[in-house]
Design a protein around this ligand. Structure first.
Ligand code: BTN
Length: 332
């Protein structure tokens, strides 16, 4: 148990306001002096907690209320409702890439569900060697360690699982329909709102761990976006017209990840692929796919059970694409 997370949970849940030092010390199983030290730490993080000798402690206002959204390890952990995803949070005001950090932590043996979050990435990584714009104060950048018992060739399907989770989470905050672009871009009105980068540590016959990196444009405005992505990117704020507290988004995303991970553990990939198809709107359209050094154009015939993209080519054949980038999609 994380004492500071527990204190914030208890203070937030107390409708009457004050919680006595004794009640906190009993609930946490630590001395009242230890409670006092934790309160001091929380204050230094920005929480306005008032102490009264006769009544105890009260949280005057949640961190960030009326100001920009509260976003730190305690705030995120205190509102999570998951058992696995986010059970341990490594929060950084700034890091190179949360994926790189999670990979190091995975190698060090951190458990399944451990999650890295950063307010800002200085070297955010996208798919196919691209960069991921990661300005501070506005978006959600996270990487989660998972240890499924699967062979490496199934890891790719995990990207679909993460796409379903991310699409479901974004849908909860977007008034507009959320779609997936194969394999795992999340779009609103054909513009990218979130992306997923999966990396894995594996031996030929088994995966040691997977790092599922998810970047979601939450409160970023066009002005915050680098010029080169302005025409193709959007954010939840651009679509909803309001700011979303990032801790709330974290709760939604981790809950959706956990839900779909448990579905996969119980039933395999079939329901995951089915859910993914529900967000996919390119079937029957002409698409152009760049796969390594090949460019293939054809009519999209959906995805197969392994998650590969199926293209019906002008010559009448059916191409199965396991990796690549859907460059353009236009209606027939
Ligand atoms: C893509 O669509 O190209 C994938 C983007 C993935 C971005 C996220 S942000 C959190 C995590 N850390 C990274 O460096 N990349 C992923």
């Amino acid at each position: 148990m994380d004492a500071e997370v527990e204190i914030i949970r208890l203070l937030k849940s107390e409708a009457a306001g004050y919680v006595s030092g004794q009640a906190l010390s009993t609930a946490l199983g630590v001395s009242r002096t230890a409670v006092w030290k934790h309160i001091k730490n929380l204050r230094s993080m920005g929480y306005a907690i008032t102490a009264s000798p006769s009544k105890g402690y009260v949280l005057i206002r949640p961190l960030g209320a009326g100001a920009q959204d509260a976003f730190n390890r305690v705030e995120v952990s205190s509102i999570l409702t998951t058992d696995i995803i986010g059970r341990k949070i490594f929060f950084y005001p700034e890091t190179g890439s949360t994926n790189t950090r999670a990979f190091e932590l995975g190698r060090r043996g951190e458990p399944e569900g451990a999650a890295v979050i950063a307010d800002r990435q200085t070297a955010g990584k996208g798919r196919l060697g691209r960069k991921w714009a990661s300005p501070p104060g506005v978006n959600f950048y996270t990487s989660v360690i998972l240890r499924p018992k699967i062979p490496p060739e199934q890891a790719q399907r995990f990207a679909l699982l993460m796409a379903v989770a991310a699409a479901e989470a974004v849908s909860g905050f977007s008034p507009k329909r959320v779609c997936v672009k194969w394999p795992n871009d999340i779009l609103i009105d054909s513009k990218k709102v979130a992306g997923i980068l999966m990396e894995m540590d594996a031996e030929p016959d088994r995966v040691n761990f997977i790092v599922a990196g998810v970047g979601v444009n939450i409160n970023m405005t066009a002005a915050d976006m680098p010029e080169e992505i302005r025409a193709v990117a959007t954010s939840i704020r651009e679509k909803s017209g309001k700011e979303t507290p990032r801790a709330e988004f974290a709760r939604a995303l981790y809950s959706a990840m956990e839900k779909w991970y448990k579905v996969f553990l119980a039933e395999g990939f079939v329901p995951v692929v089915k859910a993914w198809r529900g967000y996919f709107d390119a079937e029957g359209r002409t698409v152009k796919v760049t796969a390594f050094d090949r460019v293939i154009t054809g009519v999209c015939a959906g995805i197969d059970e392994s998650g590969a993209l199926l293209l019906r080519t002008p010559a009448g054949g059916l191409e199965k694409i396991i990796s690549g980038d859907v460059e353009t999609v236009r209606s027939l």
